[in-house]
Design a protein around this ligand. Structure first.
Ligand SMILES: *[C@@H]1O[C@H](CO)[C@@H](O)[C@H](O)[C@H]1NC(C)=O
Ligand SMILES: *[C@@H]1O[C@H](CO)[C@@H](O)[C@H](O)[C@H]1NC(C)=O
Ligand SMILES: *[C@@H]1O[C@H](CO)[C@@H](O)[C@H](O)[C@H]1NC(C)=O
Ligand SMILES: *[C@@H]1O[C@H](CO)[C@@H](O)[C@H](O)[C@H]1NC(C)=O
Ligand SMILES: *[C@@H]1O[C@H](CO)[C@@H](O)[C@H](O)[C@H]1NC(C)=O
Ligand SMILES: *[C@@H]1O[C@H](CO)[C@@H](O)[C@H](O)[C@H]1NC(C)=O
Ligand SMILES: *[C@@H]1O[C@H](CO)[C@@H](O)[C@H](O)[C@H]1NC(C)=O
Length: 557
């Protein structure tokens, strides 16, 4: 949607004359550095900007992840209320963890753009809106969610980056990384197809060098060994809480800076601000934006503007009073003092910044389990074809079907296993680099596929499609088996391609069978199916991440 450079510059000049507001500078990446239009280096001087959602305490939510969210870019009064405080802090970037693509963001995005504030937008949402840490997959449901958000935001001139995940890969689950990389690959291709130059990012949990460096290198490498950037993220975020209290560069950051010294794309701290040795002095920002680190990192995002509780204690710099006014804390004042003083080095100059190289990917070993064979691009048309041709379809009686979906998959796969069949077609294994041909479909389609196999094993006895009232025989089904339908619908199960936005309003219609004979079926069944498990979005807690399991664990291989 970007008009040509000259036209927008002209438009900007007119805008300056009429409103006194200067259009925000376009930021571009050269290799591992970011530059403003005038060639000066761009550093992310950021703050996390999202109120914490509802946190339900439970045994599988030990770290207190929220189960819902408040889209901070859809509340124009709040954006206007907060702008003067963000300006006091002199931030140039806010990071937002979840947005709702069906809401209007014009007011907030314009307010922030006019004030020279960029946004880093995470494409993920709580619960099933992120790549699952226990049963990972990169499917049509998440791709559609990500695309809907990109479509809602790519028209704004102040989106610096879209993050494809936050703390998805843990040091003991590195086999999840191929799913994150596939998401980055497809989102990058989609952004390019829309002529968007927003960066593709990821926010990583910190850890030992032998975890965080292979992960960083994996997400920015070229698995085809062709020095191609098509598989690489542009912006690597490290959620770094190493500097606590009154520390020093040498004690807190020297190791990390050394680790990232040879990194090929832009790196920054996607969160920082340790709370374990209060008060927070924020003196780490002086180190982060100094010559000790500026060749390696391009700034960071202080956590967090709004209050946010964690197992470690309370984050946050302001509170909203009963009268709706903003009350700042000493924490705010100290960050303001530090941020205001920064004057990071300008080197290297844009003209002398080396272009990025995209090295080959780290090979797997006993501590790094990710395969360099990535999951395919989710193919909505192929998955819709499959769903509408299957003999037995998942027709949940509730729109809130995530939880039963996990239970039914567990049960269905267990039944298939007892009869010598398997769920291998719907599963994916990021360690082996083997992805079942139905693995990139919506979880509801996967369930229909499992139900249909069971139905066939039982000679298409209608009872075998009931699943306690969750399944419906599809009278429009093909006469061939589920497996044969998968072969014909999903003709290229390993293909990668540039995704396209799903046709509007296809959701629901396309997956509810071919129309006839499904009179009573639920219209709730959209393309964006439930997930096997609930994984709560991890908002800014610096300790390990959480897995909230709604269904049991099913083993595929
Ligand atoms: C997004 O906003 C719409 C309209 O208010 C609402 O119906 C929907 O539930 C929201 N989605 C999420 C994921 O919060
Ligand atoms: C990985 O480690 C986390 C804590 O760091 C733990 O909760 C989780 O169960 C572990 N997962 C596996 C698969 O071992
Ligand atoms: C696995 O490889 C990574 C780099 O690719 C390295 O950092 C790590 O130490 C290796 N682990 C083992 C156990 O060899
Ligand atoms: C940079 O590193 C040196 C050596 O550790 C240290 O003396 C200096 O204080 C550091 N500068 C900043 C701004 O942290
Ligand atoms: C969805 O269902 C689960 C389990 O049945 C329940 O805990 C949750 O509150 C429901 N969510 C909504 C939004 O109804
Ligand atoms: C669907 O499956 C769930 C989980 O097995 C079960 O609790 C429920 O009773 C079934 N039937 C309906 C109509 O939801
Ligand atoms: C999450 O599950 C809900 C139903 O519980 C569904 O409406 C939504 O589309 C799902 N989202 C994704 C990304 O799968």
């Amino acid at each position: 949607m970007r008009v040509s450079f000259r036209a927008s510059a002209l438009f900007a000049a007119v805008a300056v004359l009429s409103s006194g507001v200067q259009a925000i500078s376009k930021v571009s990446r050269v290799g591992r550095y970011l530059y403003n239009e005038d060639g000066s280096r761009f550093y992310i001087k950021g703050i996390a900007y999202q109120e914490q959602g509802t946190v339900v305490a439970s045994s599988d939510n030990a770290f207190g992840e929220p189960s819902d969210f408040i889209d901070p870019l859809a509340i124009s009064d709040a954006c206007k209320r907060d702008l003067p405080f963000l300006q006091k802090l002199t931030v140039n970037t806010i990071r937002v963890y979840s947005v709702n693509s069906s809401l209007n963001h014009d007011d907030c995005m314009t307010t922030f753009s006019n004030a020279g504030i960029y946004t880093i937008i995470d494409l993920t949402q709580p619960l099933n809106g992120s790549i699952d840490r226990v049963s990972p997959s990169w499917g049509t449901n998440l791709l559609d969610q990500y695309i809907a958000t990109i479509d809602a935001f790519s028209k704004y001139d102040n989106v610096l980056a879209f993050n494809v995940g936050n703390e998805v890969v843990l040091d003991n689950t590195t086999q999840i990384a191929p799913f994150v990389k596939a998401a980055a690959r497809d989102i990058k291709a989609y952004l390019r197809s829309k002529n968007s130059n927003a960066l593709v990012g990821y926010g990583a949990i910190n850890g030992a060098s032998n975890f965080r460096m292979p992960l960083a290198n994996f997400l920015s490498c070229d698995p085809t060994n062709g020095n191609s950037d098509a598989f690489a993220i542009d912006l690597y975020g490290l959620n770094d809480y190493e500097w606590c209290g009154d520390s020093t560069f040498q004690a807190s950051y020297a190791g990390t800076t050394g680790d990232f010294a040879g990194y090929n794309v832009v790196a920054y701290f996607s969160e920082f601000g340790c709370i374990t040795s209060p008060p927070r002095l924020w003196t780490e920002s002086a180190a982060l934006f100094s010559a000790n680190m500026s060749n390696v990192f391009s700034g960071g995002v202080a956590f967090s503007y709004f209050p946010a509780s964690s197992v470690q204690g309370q984050f946050g710099m302001i509170t909203i009073g009963g009268d709706g006014s903003v009350q700042t804390s000493d924490d705010f004042n100290r960050l303001q003092t530090q941020y205001t003083q920064l004057s990071p080095p300008q080197s290297p100059a844009q003209a002398s910044a080396p272009a990025a190289a995209y090295p080959s990917c780290p090979s797997a070993n006993s501590s790094w389990a990710a395969s360099n064979t990535l999951p395919p691009t989710p193919n909505l048309a192929a998955c819709n074809c499959l769903e509408s041709s299957l003999g037995c379809q998942f027709t949940p009686a509730t729109t809130n079907y995530s939880v039963i979906l996990g239970q039914l998959l567990d049960g269905g796969c267990g039944l298939l296993g007892q009869r010598g069949a398997s769920c291998a077609d719907i599963g994916g294994d990021g360690q082996a680099g083997v992805y079942g041909r139905v693995s990139a479909c919506d979880p509801t389609v996967k369930l229909s596929y499992v139900m249909s196999q069971w139905y066939e094993i039982n000679n298409r006895d209608q009872q075998a499609c009931s699943f306690q009232g969750n399944g419906t025989v599809n009278s429009a089904a093909a006469s061939s088996s589920a497996s044969a339908v998968a072969t014909s619908c999903i003709a290229s199960p390993t293909a990668t391609f540039t995704p396209t936005a799903p046709a509007a309003a296809v959701a629901g219609a396309a997956t509810s069978g071919s129309g006839s004979g499904n009179g009573g079926s639920s219209s709730s069944k959209g393309n964006n199916g439930g997930s096997l498990y609930d994984v709560n979005l991890f908002i800014g807690v610096c300790a390990a991440a959480i897995i909230s399991i709604a269904g049991g664990i099913w083993t595929l291989f």
